[in-house]
Design a protein around this ligand. Structure first.
Ligand code: PEP
Ligand code: MN
Length: 345
């Protein structure tokens, strides 16, 4: 259910409607638009009677939302959302590139890669400290010391940083050290983690589960928004199919599908999607051409030595080449490279 206020509705009228919603035991979510304010309602188990709100002062119309997700839906918010990560805008017409190693391994490795991705033109630095590995015997990440390295390197190269939280315990640490919380494919339907991230005021990068439909991805994002955190960026990172020429199958149609249904930004991760270095750059270009709002790319200066995802890390020189090619593609979909909103100290 969406309550659309008139163009001239006063803040007091908006407040009055919000109070009315709360008095009914429901949760109001004010959504400021270019023209007017809308108020999304969650917390109802069944349909809500529009007549309850239609005659309140300042209300223009009451629209039932036809999708199971509400707050992430374009019906509720027609304009594209822009999520700002440490001063870097993602979404709208801003195309942002997140790059860095799969895992933080050492301070030296992270700084070397960070300098390279920064000079290539990437805006946000990634690096995993809590790694979801298929094998319990594989490198699991450095944990908190890894986050400290990532934060220090981010400050040194003046880039905001993103890292994955695997559970509530690591989430507590990630929010302390990072500008953005990554929730990975394996946790896309970890509803308690999504709810906890929803209670924070930090941008969330939510990756599509490897067997999740677009609707399931949007419902997962809805968990975060329903708790009050509207700063969600979605990520298409490939899904499991019968194909064995790539690690996963990059589903670029999902980008188009999501953009039709939702106002949230969506980026493409060609690294986990393909699993092979030589496929990463071509599919990164495809992601930009299809109209994604950004990319997430794994980069390593010595890929053969990488402690995780060695076969998909591209070299810094390959990232630099990609970054030079992107400006030719972005205008096709009305986008441009994101510029930091403010220079960090
Ligand atoms: C990652 O980004 O390092 C990662 C583990 O990705 P995904 O959750 O998409 O597998
Ligand atoms: Mn990885």
């Amino acid at each position: 259910m969406l309550i659309v206020m008139t163009v001239g509705a006063t803040p007091r009228q908006v407040e009055g409607v919000m109070e009315h919603v709360k008095a009914l035991g429901l949760k109001p979510h004010p959504i400021p638009g270019a023209q007017r304010v809308a108020i999304g309602i969650t917390g109802n188990q069944g349909a809500v009677e529009p007549a309850l709100f239609e005659n309140l002062p300042g209300v223009l119309e009451v629209i039932p939302v036809s999708h199971p997700y509400k707050l992430v839906s374009r019906e509720v918010k027609p304009e594209n959302s822009v999520v700002v990560v440490g001063g870097v805008p993602i979404g709208g017409d801003n195309f942002a590139v997140i790059a860095g190693p799969c895992s933080v391994e050492t301070a030296e490795q992270t700084l070397t890669i960070a300098r390279a991705v920064r000079s290539a033109g990437a805006q946000i630095l990634r690096g995993g400290a809590f790694k979801p590995r298929t094998s319990p015997y594989a490198f699991q990440g450095l944990g908190e010391p890894g986050l400290a390295i990532l934060r220090d390197v981010g400050l040194e190269v003046r880039m905001p940083v993103v890292s994955e939280a695997l559970d509530e315990r690591s989430l507590d640490l990630v929010i302390e050290y990072c500008d953005m919380i990554q929730i990975g494919a394996r946790n896309m339907q970890n509803y308690s983690l999504l709810r906890t991230a929803g209670r924070l005021q930090k941008p969330v990068l939510l990756k599509r589960g490897m067997a999740a439909t677009v609707e399931e991805l949007l419902m997962a994002a809805e968990y975060v928004l329903a708790e009050g955190n509207y700063q969600v960026v979605l990520c298409e990172r490939g899904i499991r199919t019968f194909a064995d020429h790539t690690r996963n199958t990059l589903d670029l149609a999902a980008v188009v599908a999501v953009q039709r249904l939702s106002h949230l930004p969506i980026i493409v991760d060609p690294s986990h999607a393909t699993g092979k270095r030589h496929k990463v750059v071509p599919l990164a270009r495809a992601g930009a051409a299809v109209g994604a709002d950004g990319l997430m790319v794994e980069v390593h200066h010595e890929p053969a030595q990488a402690l995780s995802d060695a076969s998909q890390a591209i070299l810094p020189s390959e990232l630099a080449q990609l970054m030079q090619q992107l400006p030719a593609l972005l205008p096709l979909t009305g986008r441009h490279m994101a510029q930091p909103l403010r220079l960090s100290a």
